[in-house]
Design a protein around this ligand. Sequence first.
Ligand code: ZN
Length: 472
Amino acid sequence: MGKLAVLGLDGLSWPFLNGMVETGKMPYLRAVSANALRATLRALPPVTFPSWTSIMTGVNPGKHGIFGFFRYSKGAYGQLLYTSLDLRHPRIHEMAALMGVKGVVFNPIPDYPIRPVRNVEIVSNLFFAPKPMSYPPEAHVKYFGASNLPQAKAAGCDVVEYFRDVMELYLAAVEKASSNADLLWANLNFPDAALHRCPKMLRQPDAPFLPILDKIIEIMDSKFESFMLLSDHGFSEYRYAISVNDILVKGGIARPSKRKHFRELGEGRSVGIGISPRLYKFLRAIGAVRVFRLAVKAYSHLIGRPIRVFTKAWIDVEASEAFMPDKSSFGLYVNGGSDAIQRVCRVLSAYEDAIFVRPAEEVYWGKYVRLGPDIVVFPRFNRGFTLLSAEVRGIPVLPGRHYDHHPDGVLLVRTGRLKGIIDVLPNFAAASIAMYLLGIPLPKSRDTPRDVERSMFWDFKEAMYPIFPLLQ
Ligand SMILES: [Zn+2]
């Protein structure tokens, strides 16, 4: 059996990784990346929940059941954060445990509630768990001591202070875990949580704590036979944001409402000021829009954060044929059957230069496709488009500087066990590679194309892994 350490860095892109190396503060990462196998790990949708879940399960959302941040019960459309109870496929540490692999996992996604597994110590303290928790219960103190991690409350670029604490605690935890685990997997919320709050880091990937992160990488690489550094998506700057719900309203598919049906949790930390359409009309009528804009600009300068001003309304869920409930869903829910789905796709196709639109079953596959959105919408990321949140603003395309996720993440593998690696791999291929490096059978249900595997692996076994009784 092999020994493997995996470091997951949320939102890390190759340009950001290269930028960190160029600061000169990460000599170990520089050496490791020069000698490792490298690939782009592509995530569609590029969202923390479904992407980490694909990375850890080896399957697409149609098989693992997690499509965005929120689960929607069709018909009622109540919004619930996905949890590990929504998982329809076991993750790598759950499968490895069955093979007797001793594991330590920090922040498996979904991270809450923790699903106890024998042979594995699990800690969730950095992503969505309401408070730090672990299995067994004493594991949190064992690895992180008595003090709890601080919350990432700091807005703007002060968030750097928070990450210094995170990195120091994780350095100690990784050091302890590396002595007694066959599989050590740690997911950290850096750089994603920093980039949402402090987008200027995108151009200057520098921070005082980078040497600590370098030390974490050094321990994980040097104490294990194989090492993987990977991310759930990249991060980029965009020139346009597309409001899918505005396109639907214009096309007569959706109706705006003043009632607030969904609170978009989102991850953006720019300050948003929503003003009512009536106030906007009034300002325009008295010619005060320019003065208002200047005042907002001055205030933005004062607080050092971008401010977006928009008039907004919400979608009337009952009266709409289709709507996007939140932007992390990367999709639309349709009230109606396949005729309605085709009709909505046709309306959206007027914007095909900016968005990719397909019925969900053409994008996802597996038993649980119906649990997700009915239509998948991806902005044309590489043409400079991203999605706007779900409010209706009267503007289908909003130019400006937008900072958001990008599908292209990072995969770096340091091992002697692989033949090679393909330049661009789907995110679920990461689980195949990790299980191969651990020397355990790959699940028959996995989605990595077999010809891709044949070009990377010498030989391997396959197995059917039972799913938990609770998952059925
Ligand atoms: Zn994010």
